[in-house]
Design a protein around this ligand. Structure first.
Ligand code: AMP
Length: 611
């Protein structure tokens, strides 16, 4: 494997990335940097977040730009303001030792006049969201006719957010002679179309299989009653609190705010990020999270786009995402840069079937774990606290007069009594609230979870061999099935993914669907339908991508084993007992004020409405 110097990276950049701790190039960097620097080809990269994409395009671009010239020479387009800010921050860090660098980020929700004057000062690199860039172009505030490099980052997400036309408009305004670099976590047909239209003979890079799960991530789930989800979340967080640094994904902004408020009220070190926050509020939350002042971040899928925090120990899915591909995006927030991480899903009973779809489409393998009991949480807390005391070195130099005075006050107690007081303080929440707390796990045998896991509301789940790649979306796929099976589209629910789809149907319609669709030709491909799970056999799909440990009893309905996930996180173990997530009932400054909508999304177009 080459190091950065061998890839051709110049000294000033080597010094900066060396300070950032970049020693070995990631696979995408190893492939893209020499191509970018040497042979001038466009690059089409299939890569998820966390693979080191920013440096993969950033380092060569920084090296190729003429910083003695103030004209805009490179444009990086990405879907969200968070990603904009993050890319800009990274590029600035990489170019720390290059003179006269001006990198400007432009995104909706922030003052456009400030951005215009930043550009006027001469921005050699502009990092932009499509909506705001269009706005600036319409005001003649930006000149992209001189650029030599265009990067489209998270291209699939830009399309998901409805930016396809904007991106195409922007690309059409750039000069014909330029280098284009496109990165995407998935490669749907529209991305291929854009690549065909705007790139010439691109060098294709793929790090990992499309949609494949990161092998550093362990995927776990527990099943609880919907009403117990919040209690189960707290147990899981408490149990893992000695190293937890996580994002909890919620479905809507209300849920995000609600759970965040509850956690803060219950003394957890949490805050939230969603589309109703103003730009200033978001940045404040992100800064605090990045600096570990907040350990738990609640977020919607869209709000979490572009969050770059490299040492997340866990990603928690309070609900599974509607779109299966989002599961990969979410999980990709942990297990980055060679670290291990846990992606943990709290399921209620009817969500079980979706796990199999995710296993199949995202090439991951789930392991079932039980929600720890209150006693287990308490015991783990106790052990961690004892461990902390045992390992704490006495710092002689802090014992001044005042400290000695308080020491003397405490010395009036017997040793045992004093220790009892310390332990009571540490374990108060667990002894008062949690003793006799119920087992939150569902007794699946009695509730027939095994059956509901592979079906939808008592119906049948069918696997179909065509998907988005064949031109289907939810609406036209429903119409197609309804027409071929001669049933009402209202009777089915569908999930359409890249090359597969699923139909949730009533038992009575299964035969009509199977005979109506099986063997049909669609866009030159044979349509195949089978009852979902027929091919999977047992608890898994036998694909690669799962990792670590025994899988004994990991089927959705089968035997189970209790398992500590505390050691999986990869983050360093905290020694401080006072900075915990929840001890002594105290609040740890979660920034608890409720946030109001301030129209923070200004200028950016969005298709989805519920975040
Ligand atoms: P990215 O995919 O660009 O968002 O990068 C993910 C994380 O990995 C960021 O925190 C980067 O700072 C970090 N990173 C990128 N390249 C390297 C490298 N070669 N060595 C160590 N860390 C890296």
């Amino acid at each position: 494997m080459n190091n950065f110097e061998q890839l051709g990276v110049q000294q000033s950049i080597l010094q900066a990335i060396g300070e950032l701790g970049f020693e070995t190039p990631t696979p995408i960097q190893e492939q893209s940097i020499p191509v970018f620097l040497e042979n001038g080809r466009d690059i089409l990269g299939l890569a998820q977040t966390g693979t080191g994409k920013t440096a993969a395009f950033g380092l060569p671009i920084l090296q190729l730009i003429d910083f003695s010239n103030k004209q805009t020479q490179a444009l990086v387009i990405c879907p969200t303001r968070e990603l904009c800010i993050q890319i800009t921050r990274d590029l600035k860090a990489y170019s720390k030792y290059i003179n006269n660098v001006n990198i400007v980020s432009v995104y909706g929700g922030a003052s456009i006049t400030g951005q215009i004057s930043d550009i006027r000062r001469g921005a050699q690199i502009i990092v932009a969201t499509p909506g705001r860039l269009m706005d600036l172009m319409n005001r003649n505030a930006v000149n992209i006719k001189t650029i030599g490099y265009v990067v489209l980052d998270e291209a699939d997400e830009m399309l998901n957010m409805g930016f396809e036309e904007d991106v195409e408009f922007i690309l059409a305004e750039t000069p014909a002679e330029k280098r284009v670099c496109l990165f995407s976590a998935t490669m749907p047909k529209q991305i291929r179309n854009i690549a065909n239209r705007y790139m010439s003979n691109p060098f294709e890079i793929s790090v990992g299989k499309a949609n494949s799960g990161n092998i550093n991530i362990t995927h776990q789930y527990s099943i609880v009653h919907a009403r117990d989800k919040y209690a189960a979340l707290k147990r899981y967080v408490d149990y893992n609190s000695d190293n937890l640094y996580c994002i909890i994904f919620c479905t809507t902004k209300n849920e995000t705010q609600d759970i965040s408020d509850k956690l803060i009220k219950d003394g957890y070190n949490a805050d939230c990020l969603h589309g109703d926050l103003s730009q200033a509020q978001r940045e404040k939350v992100m800064n605090r999270f990045r600096h570990h002042a907040i350990k738990i971040l609640l977020a919607t899928d869209v709000a979490a786009r572009g969050i770059d925090v490299s040492a997340l120990t866990h990603v928690i899915h309070f609900h599974l995402p509607d779109d299966i591909e989002n599961y990969t995006h979410r999980s990709g927030r942990t297990g980055r840069a060679g670290k291990t991480g846990v992606s943990y899903t709290l399921l209620h009973m009817r969500e079980g079937g979706r796990l199999k779809d995710i296993e199949r489409m995202a090439s991951v393998k789930f392991e079932k774990i039980l929600i720890p009991s209150a006693e287990e949480v308490r015991d783990k807390k106790l052990m961690a606290f004892t461990d902390t005391i045992l390992n704490t070195e006495i710092e002689e130099n802090i014992f001044d007069e005042k400290v000695m005075a308080s020491l003397e006050t405490l010395m009036q107690f017997e040793k045992t009594e004093l220790l009892q007081k310390f332990l009571s303080l540490e374990l108060r929440r667990f002894s008062v609230d949690f003793t006799n707390a119920p087992d939150l796990n569902i007794n699946e045998r009695s509730t027939r979870e095994g059956a509901s896991a592979s079906t939808f509301g008592g119906g049948v789940r069918l696997f179909v061999s065509v998907g988005k790649k064949d031109g289907f979306d939810i609406r036209n796929f429903k119409d197609y099935v309804a027409e071929k099976a001669a049933i009402s589209w209202k009777k089915i629910r569908v999930d359409v993914s890249g090359v597969y789809s699923f139909i949730d149907a009533q038992q009575e319609d299964v035969e009509a669907i199977m005979s109506g669709l099986n063997g049909q030709m669609h866009n030159g491909r044979v349509v195949r339908v089978e009852v979902s799970g027929d091919k999977q056999g047992g608890s898994g799909n036998g694909r690669g991508g799962s990792r670590g440990g025994s899988r004994g009893g990991s089927g959705y309905g089968g035997g189970e084993r209790r398992r500590s996930s505390g050691g999986e996180g990869g983050g360093e173990r905290r020694r401080s007992s006072g900075g915990g997530f929840s001890s002594g009932g105290g609040s740890y400054g979660g920034g608890g004020e409720r946030r109001r909508s301030s129209g923070g999304e200004g200028g950016e177009r969005r298709r989805r409405s519920s975040y």
